[in-house]
Structure formats: structure tokens, C-alpha cells
Design a protein around this ligand. Structure first.
Ligand SMILES: C[S@@+](CC[C@H](N)C(=O)[O-])C[C@H]1O[C@@H](n2cnc3c(N)ncnc32)[C@H](O)[C@@H]1O
Length: 199
């Protein structure tokens, strides 16, 4: 689902970019390592800060990225314009990714899957579009945070069938991914790195 006004402002904010650059990226790199070039996909790219980090810090040669919200895609495209053909954007839905099976060396989720009612379908798609040996890097928001009464007053998330860290990790295994790295903070935020086994 699209963000409400409060979260749209929070996501298009220098503080969000700083957290992504200085905290989330080092953590995911520490857990899963950098890429050796290759092609990456970002789900729900927002204004494109993650896509730039995937090229600069994770080391992908190219990045494809999409978001449900055309305003976000417009901002991301502008941000990555100097990268030319290394970055490609479209408006799309993470429950149905319009690319062939086994396309990407890595897939990234910077906090989007908790916005999606049928989130398990996203994991099925992630597993499908990853090449054997490819990696899934995810930073996620857990049920405990989403269901907090103060959070519910300010932000808007689907409430049914939300996940904690164990549920998400099990769901990764159910779609054939091996979650070899997991971190959790305050039972509210979690980081995962999972690998698709070699064919
Ligand atoms: C919390 S924001 C995170 C944005 C960005 N990844 C970041 O870290 O700043 C969640 C993003 O997911 C997008 N989104 C929500 N549901 C989506 C879906 N089904 N498919 C693709 N993007 C979606 C929203 O439009 C929003 O840009």
C-alpha cells in the first residue's frame, strides 16, 4: 500500500537517508558481504537512496528498481540520472515482478515488505527472480512496532498477518532461501540476509 502523508514525509527526509547510509547499509554489508558486480533489484525503492547505495557501497554493476508510487519513481529516476544505463526504474508491485526467473544476483528490501498485505507472495517472487547463488538483503519492520498504539495513530500499515523475526525467517525457508544472517533490535526491527542455493 502507498504511504500516508506522515510516512511519505519521513521517507523523503535527510534523516531517513542518513540512517540508510550510516546504519542500515553497514549492517547489511557486515552480515552478507558486498557483491562482485552483477545485477541487482530493489523492491519499493522510494526516492532512490537505496539504489545509489546498491551501486556505490554494495558494488552492483547495474540496479533495477521499482515502487508502487509514481512520485517515488520520479524522484528516484532524477537522483540516479547521472548513472545513465546503470540504473533502471519502473512503477510496479512487488507481489508480481515483471522479469524472467533467475535474473538477479541480489535483491534488496529496505523496509517495504511490511507495507504489503500479501507479503509472502513477495518472498516467492524474490526467490523466483534470484539466480542460484544470489542473495536477498532485507531490512524489515516487525509486528510489535506496527501494532504499537502510538505508531498506529501516526503511520498506516496492513495489520493482518504481520510477522516477527522468526515468522519472516521461516517464510524465507519456505520459498527455498537460506537465511544465513539475522539481526533484531527491540523485537521491532530486523535485518536478514538469505541465499538462494546453487542449482
Ligand atoms: C517505508 S517506504 C521505504 C522506501 C525506501 N525503500 C526507503 O528505505 O527509504 C516503503 C516503500 O514501499 C513502497 N511500496 C508499498 N507497497 C509496495 C508494493 N506492493 N510494491 C512496490 N512498492 C511498494 C511505498 O510506495 C514506499 O515507497
Amino acid at each position: 500500500m502507498r504511504l500516508n502523508r506522515a510516512e511519505f514525509a519521513l521517507m523523503n527526509n535527510p534523516l531517513r537517508a542518513a540512517i540508510q547510509r550510516r546504519f542500515e547499509t553497514p549492517r547489511l554489508l557486515h552480515m552478507g558481504g558486498a557483491l562482485r558486480g552483477g545485477t541487482a533489484l530493489e523492491l519499493g525503492c522510494g526516492r532512490g537512496v537505496g539504489a545509489a547505495l546498491i551501486l556505490e557501497r554494495f558494488g552492483a554493476d547495474t540496479v533495477d528498481a521499482f515502487d508502487l508510487d509514481p512520485r517515488m519513481v520520479h524522484r528516484a529516476r532524477k537522483r540516479l540520472e547521472p548513472r545513465g544505463r546503470r540504473a533502471r526504474f519502473w512503477v510496479g508491485d512487488a507481489t508480481s515482478i515483471p522479469v524472467p526467473t533467475a535474473t538477479y544476483d541480489a535483491v534488496f528490501d529496505f523496509g517495504i515488505i511490511h507495507h504489503i498485505p500479501h507479503w509472502r507472495r513477495v518472498l516467492t517472487e524474490v526467490s523466483r527472480v534470484l539466480k542460484p547463488g544470489g542473495r536477498f538483503y532485507a531490512e524489515e519492520v516487525l509486528a510489535r512496532f506496527i501494532r504499537h498504539p502510538i505508531v498506529r495513530r501516526i503511520l498506516e500499515h496492513p495489520q493482518a498477518d504481520r510477522f516477527d523475526g522468526d515468522t519472516f525467517r521461516t517464510a524465507l525457508q519456505e520459498v527455498g532461501l537460506d537465511p544465513f544472517g539475522t539481526r533484531e533490535s527491540w523485537r521491532s526491527f530486523a535485518w536478514f540476509v538469505a541465499r538462494k542455493p546453487d542449482a
